[in-house]
Ligand binder design. Structure first.
Ligand code: AMP
Ligand code: ZN
Length: 467
């Protein structure tokens, strides 16, 4: 297998540290709001990477953190504390906010068939591990205290910024708003806040430097090394993590161990964008998975949409694109249903069928080219020289990576609902036809209250009982 390594800016052959095993750390969500579908694109990419490694026989130890403390609205120690800001806005405690949005996030990834990480670790459960890292950095002379906060001094290492290839001479922090005057170098970053601007910080812990709370970057250093060791194979995130978050993680991790090559492969997913650019929580257009579901889409329509773009290319979201993904997925399901009615998956494959498998493997093993791998699936379906049994064998094999639940499609969905429910469903279809989306959405909500989800398919709309 080959994968693009942001550190070398090239596609490299993948070799794991330990034979047959992979340690993989993925920066998890900051749980102050729902994840938007851009964030979810990154988790889908990471899931594909993990599934391809598993397909190739690796046993993957996947660790993901939950950021429930320390993340400010600006990555460089500026701005407000995201958790406190959200708690104030919603009139809840920060702990309630964290619990609520963590649950919502776990629900989203399950709906998208994203495999759950083997270790899901909350930052607030690992404060002592972070303190231990900061103490080690202090012992090795990489920190200083100013205005009560503990900072990492980037001038104590000789390769700060190597991941992002930062040219430190060119960086003039003066242009930034809210420069922290306590910093010796503008790129220094906080390891532990005691005397921060957030006097009303709700989450604080005792530490050798006083009562306070950790900076954001140190959590990933502490938790990744706790669960994956001093060196591990893969570290993932979205590309926005490269210049600050991952740069600072590398600086403090390698300074804390005194060893280079902390992580062997840095893998980053490109953005989901909209008309205004990167989808983000701060810029208005903020779509969640629930928004898509409320508009009648299946979460797997979105997964299919993401599979259709290479993870290192930007993907522009539009409802038209999602509609295309939905029709493609529905027609895939129809084809699989027909094949299932005809045969059972074969045990073995002919040479011709093996060619498809080989092509599929090559596309994915070459830096996760999912669009090409999907094209292989479609060519296979069209190939009349391959038997239904062999097609099913290959479809199941491919779906171990695509994860479109193609193994679960056999049962024709039963039509459910009382006469009154079905009359409402009919009225909704009419409303949609007349472009009265407000009424159509209202009916969807009424039906949801009655315990039904409306499913829109090319064959029409029907009801499914909620679980
Ligand atoms: P956050 O919850 O803000 O820490 O972000 C979670 C993940 O989503 C991080 O890996 C980000 O890099 C990633 N991310 C943020 N915005 C986007 C976007 N528009 N498209 C894809 N990934 C994103
Ligand atoms: Zn991280």
């Amino acid at each position: 297998m080959k994968i693009y390594n942001t550190m070398s800016r090239s596609v490299e052959p993948f070799n794991s540290i330990e034979q047959g095993k992979v340690g993989m750390y993925c920066c998890g969500p900051t749980v102050y709001n729902y994840a938007h579908i851009g964030n979810l694109r990154t988790y889908i990419f990471e899931d594909i990477l993990k599934r391809v490694l598993e397909k190739d026989g690796y046993k993957v130890k996947h660790v993901m953190n939950i950021t429930d403390v320390g993340h400010l609205t600006g990555d460089g120690d500026d701005g407000e504390d995201k958790m406190s800001k959200s708690a104030k806005a919603e009139g809840k405690s920060v702990w309630d906010i964290a619990a609520f949005y963590t649950k919502a996030f776990m629900g989203d990834i399950e709906k998208l068939n994203i495999e759950k990480a083997n270790v899901i670790c909350k930052a607030t459960d690992h404060i002592n591990d972070m303190i231990a890292v900061i103490e080690e950095l202090e012992r090795r002379g990489h920190t200083y205290t100013a205005d009560g906060n503990v900072y990492f001094s980037i001038d104590t290492i000789d390769d700060y910024g190597k991941l992002a290839r930062l040219n430190l001479d060119e960086l003039k922090e003066g242009a930034r708003i809210e420069v922290d005057s306590a910093k010796k170098n503008p790129k220094d970053f906080v390891l532990w806040f005691t005397n921060s601007k957030f006097k009303d910080q709700a989450m604080t812990w005792p530490s050798p430097w006083g009562v306070g709370y950790p900076g954001w970057h140190v959590e990933c250093t502490a938790m990744s090394m706790k669960y994956l060791g001093k060196h591990f194979d893969i570290h993932c995130g979205g590309i926005d993590a490269i210049p600050v978050h991952h740069t600072n993680e590398i600086a403090q991790s390698e300074a804390a161990t005194g060893e280079k090559d902390w992580v062997h492969y840095w893998c980053h997913g490109e953005f989901l964008i909209n008309d205004k650019g990167k989808m983000s929580k701060s810029s208005g257009e903020f779509l969640t998975l629930s928004t898509l579901i409320n508009h009648g889409y299946d979460p797997l329509d979105y997964r299919y949409l993401c599979l259709g773009a290479h993870y290192r290319s930007q993907l522009k979201f539009s409802y038209e694109a999602l509609d295309h993904a939905r029709s493609a997925r529905m027609s895939l399901i129809e084809k699989v249903k027909a094949l299932k009615a005809e045969a059972k998956p074969s045990e073995s494959l002919s040479d011709k069928a093996l060619e498809y498998k080989k092509e599929f493997d090559e596309d994915l093993d070459n830096d996760l080219h999912t669009p090409q791998a999907l094209a292989v699936l479609w060519s296979l379906l069209k190939d009349t020289s391959i038997s239904a049994a062999e097609k099913l064998n290959l479809i199941y094999y491919m779906d171990r990576v695509f994860a479109l639940s193609l193994d679960k499609v056999e049962a024709e969905t039963e039509r459910v609902g009382s006469d009154e429910d079905l009359a409402l469903l009919e009225e909704r279809s009419e409303a949609k036809k007349n472009k009265n989306y407000a009424r159509a959405d209202e009916i969807r909500r009424i039906l949801l209250e009655r315990g039904y989800v409306v499913k829109d398919t090319p064959k029409g709309s029907f009801l499914e009982k909620t679980v």
